[in-house]
Ligand binder design. Structure first.
Ligand code: C2E
Ligand code: CA
Ligand code: CA
Ligand code: CA
Length: 280
């Protein structure tokens, strides 16, 4: 037993060192990677179920490091949230989205709304939205074309409630939509709908993991009906199977996002996907 705990202790500490080493490296690579445009925007379509048309897209960051290859957000976002670097990264991704939308406008393409994820860390600076609004103005992006996704956990933080509510009002004044991401992960999701003026809710993937369960189905269709009554759009997230699609159709779900239709794509592949058929 004694020996056992010793080995696990050694193992733990070497794992820690490795983690710290990786974090140190990722941190030291950040500024140069921003400079070299190694962070890229991927777009994942949101498909409207009624006609299977692309009704929007979500921008998701990918880090394409020349030596380390592709790095996913889960490997660097928590780290950059700790040290505040996430704020400049979110602003960078937002500007890339503006540049893309501006190009669509120049080329007279069909415009679809694009949503961007903003970290909770931005709320430390009460005027954070101004910088986003300035970029929106710089690239002449019309109102209603960019939606800001805020994860549900932000809304539970009692310190920030007032700030979040005021920020949503400001988002609307600046012409941004507001999306409540990961809806239903917490326990008082319904209260959030009363207290915050969001335009869209994104039903979290965990709702659909047990889709054959009739109780789960009733909860899903109940949420969808309620959102509709409140004039709130609904996106079902992480949809992978035909079975899930069939049930969501029956529940009159407006939009779905997930591998069933497409994974997140580079902007170039996203454009191709839109020109081609809906199923990837
Ligand atoms: P999220 O905002 O909930 O984004 C959805 C995640 O689910 C994405 O992971 C997406 O690739 C993945 N996904 C989509 N469809 C499916 C599916 O059918 N099945 C499964 N299993 N997964 C699916 P990704 O791109 O790795 O991003 C992870 C998280 O990192 C995001 O979760 C978001 O919280 C954060 N994130 C991504 N990009 C940004 C960004 O630019 N800024 C900030 N602040 N956070 C970001
Ligand atoms: Ca999101
Ligand atoms: Ca989500
Ligand atoms: Ca509304």
């Amino acid at each position: 037993r004694q020996q056992n705990s010793d080995t696990s202790c050694v193992f733990y500490s070497s794992e820690m060192t490795l983690k710290m080493k990786t974090e140190y490296e990722l941190n030291s690579l950040f500024e140069a990677s921003l400079e070299n445009q190694d962070f890229q925007v991927y777009l994942q379509p949101k498909v409207r179920l009624s006609d299977e048309k692309t009704a929007g897209a979500e921008a998701l960051v990918r880090w394409m490091h020349p030596q380390r290859g592709l790095i996913f957000p889960s490997d660097f976002i928590p780290l950059f949230e700790q040290n505040g670097k996430i704020c400049s990264l979110d602003l960078y991704i937002f500007e890339k989205v503006c540049i893309y939308l501006n190009r669509c406008i120049q080329e007279k393409k069909d415009l679809i709304p694009v949503s961007v994820n903003l970290s909770r860390v931005h709320f430390r600076n009460p005027n954070f939205l101004e910088a986003f609004w300035k970029l929106k103005k710089k690239y002449k992006i019309p109102d209603g074309l960019i939606e800001i996704e805020l994860t549900e956990s932000i809304f539970f933080d009692t310190f920030q409630r007032r700030l979040v509510r005021d920020s949503i009002t400001e988002m609307h004044r600046y012409g941004f939509g507001c999306s409540l991401d990961d809806f239903g992960v917490g326990y008082s999701a319904l209260a959030l709908l009363k207290d915050f003026d969001v335009d869209t809710i994104k039903l979290d993937r965990q709702f659909f993991s047990d889709i054959t369960n009739t109780k789960a189905q009733k909860i899903i269709s109940g949420f969808i009906r309620l959102a509709k009554d409140l004039g709130i759009h609904v996106v079902a997230e992480g949809i992978e199977t035909q079975e899930q699609i069939d049930i969501l159709r029956k529940a009159n779900c407006e939009m779905v996002q997930g591998y069933y239709f497409s994974k997140p794509l580079t902007i170039c592949d996203f454009e191709k996907w839109r020109r081609g058929s809906c199923k990837s």
